[in-house]
Design a protein around this ligand. Structure first.
Ligand SMILES: NC(=O)c1ccc[n+]([C@@H]2O[C@H](COP(=O)([O-])OP(=O)(O)OC[C@H]3O[C@@H](n4cnc5c(N)ncnc54)[C@H](O)[C@@H]3O)[C@@H](O)[C@H]2O)c1
Length: 415
């Protein structure tokens, strides 16, 4: 019998990734789900794979009454309402031990602060799900380089990229629903994982203090007339009127509060990466040592020639966001484990069982939202944003990027 009962709020793309991760662990069951769409297929998957009964509930309150923890794996625009419903259920006595929320915590700093506030009212431990920090490759790199960090000093430059050919649902592309484009969607991952590896060993995930950020965004592929039409036809989103960036890059500078040493995190994200599929690329450079992670390097390669290609039904069986089903394909046999989904679930369950926050809590998620929003502000104003200036915080408190407002035709040069 698995002791811990997880309930999912949402049953789409990432819910299926989390469910697939549960196949590799005994720490939790997928006990229930609430979702407007997809609950049946998630339940069928859970039963077929022996990861739990995944009872379908008609309300968030009912779900909360029947599980140990809920995971918010629903779209970004629904966060506040969902957290409100969880808090109401807890007030009425739902026996939850913790609340999990997928990235990004909020679409704006204001929303992320609301989420933190509502969570505080429940007095429950929280987990902000940022899977890349939990990747075994990242953990192994840091462990392996422990002696070098101790002898030579910490990593001074971390570079991180997450790129693929574009999201799978219309709401992701729509900046007014998602909160922006690729910087909001995937910049949060790359900034977080670089911050994490830059922290000296043994320190908290928010040990280094953010000093400044500069960022640049562009609409390099999906703003072209041909691809705007494709997006409108397939996703119902009109980038002539409400464009979002499909490319973002920038640099965050951090300072060690004990030594004053400054280190840098460079991030690059795109929805125009037309290669095999999703690629995560991270590296860290310290004095005299380095590491590099590239998730497109797999011990398994598969070749499918033109003649045999007709038989290939599902390119995404090989890799998340795979774009090809023939030629030399990269195949990752256990993506939920590779990307850190398994370890983040195990971390949250272990913490909640002890009545504690996970390694990354909602307050941490709030800090990542702050950095992403400061990135938008930098791209909009063309300035480096001083993250130590209290005026910046004040400005960000009510800031909604032009892109998130659906008013970025000029900024993104849409003609
Ligand atoms: N960690 C990662 O790499 C990663 C990857 C993908 C998505 N995500 C995050 O996970 C979340 C969900 O993304 P997705 O790709 O699974 O989306 P999706 O569109 O594939 O699925 C969303 C699910 O939520 C349900 N839903 C919609 N409105 C709801 C509401 N008001 N209340 C409850 N459920 C509702 C939908 O019916 C659907 O089942 C997003 O916040 C996204 O940013 C994270």
């Amino acid at each position: 019998m698995r002791p811990f009962k997880l309930g999912f709020i949402g049953a789409g793309f990432v819910a299926h990734f989390h469910a697939a991760a549960l196949k590799s662990t005994r720490v939790a069951d997928l006990a229930g789900v609430f979702a407007p769409k997809g609950a049946d297929s998630l339940q069928a998957y859970a039963k077929a794979n022996g990861i739990g009964d995944c009872e379908i509930y008609d309300s968030i309150e009912e779900l909360c009454n029947n599980v140990d923890s809920v995971s918010i794996v629903a779209p970004n625009f629904a966060r506040i309402d969902i957290m409100g419903a969880i808090a109401d259920a807890v007030k009425k006595g739902a026996p939850l031990k913790g609340i999990i929320c997928e990235k990004p915590l909020g679409r704006t700093l204001k929303e992320a602060k609301q989420l933190v506030e509502i969570a505080k009212q429940t007095k429950l431990p929280t987990a902000y799900f940022e899977n890349q920090i939990h990747m075994k490759a990242i953990k192994s790199a840091l462990k392996q380089l422990g002696p070098q960090q101790a002898a030579m000093g910490p990593i001074a430059l971390a570079r991180s990229a997450e790129e693929h050919g574009g999201p799978h649902e219309g709401w992701f592309w729509d900046p007014t629903q998602q909160g922006g484009g690729v910087l909001s969607d995937m910049g949060c991952h790359s900034i977080a994982v670089s911050w994490f590896v830059l922290n000296p060993l043994g320190t908290a995930p928010d040990f280094l203090k953010p000093v400044s950020i500069n960022a640049d965004v562009g609409l390099l592929k999906w703003g072209q007339p041909k691809y705007r039409k494709d997006l409108l036809d397939r996703m119902g989103v009109d980038y002539t009127k409400t464009p979002a960036e499909d490319f973002a890059t920038g640099m965050v500078t951090f300072e060690n509060p004990d030594t004053g040493q400054r280190v840098k995190a460079q991030f690059t994200n795109s929805w125009m990466y037309d290669k095999q599929g999703l690629r995560l690329l991270m590296d860290g450079l310290g004095p005299g040592y380095a590491f590099e992670v590239n998730t497109l390097k797999s011990p398994l390669e598969i070749f499918i020639g033109d003649e045999a290609a007709e038989a290939c039904a599902d390119a995404e069986m090989a890799l998340e966001k795979a774009t090809a089903s023939r030629g030399l394909l990269t195949v990752q046999p256990n993506e939920p484990d590779l990307y850190g989904y398994l370890d983040e679930i195990e971390d949250a369950v272990a913490a909640f069982k002890q009545g504690k926050d996970a390694l990354l809590n909602f307050e941490y998620g709030l800090e990542i939202t702050r950095l992403c929003q400061a990135g938008y502000l930098s791209a909009e104003t063309g300035k480096t944003i001083d993250l130590t200036d209290p005026k910046t915080d004040k400005e960000l408190d009510s800031y909604v990027s032009l892109i998130a407002q659906g008013k970025a035709q000029e900024q993104l040069n849409v003609k």
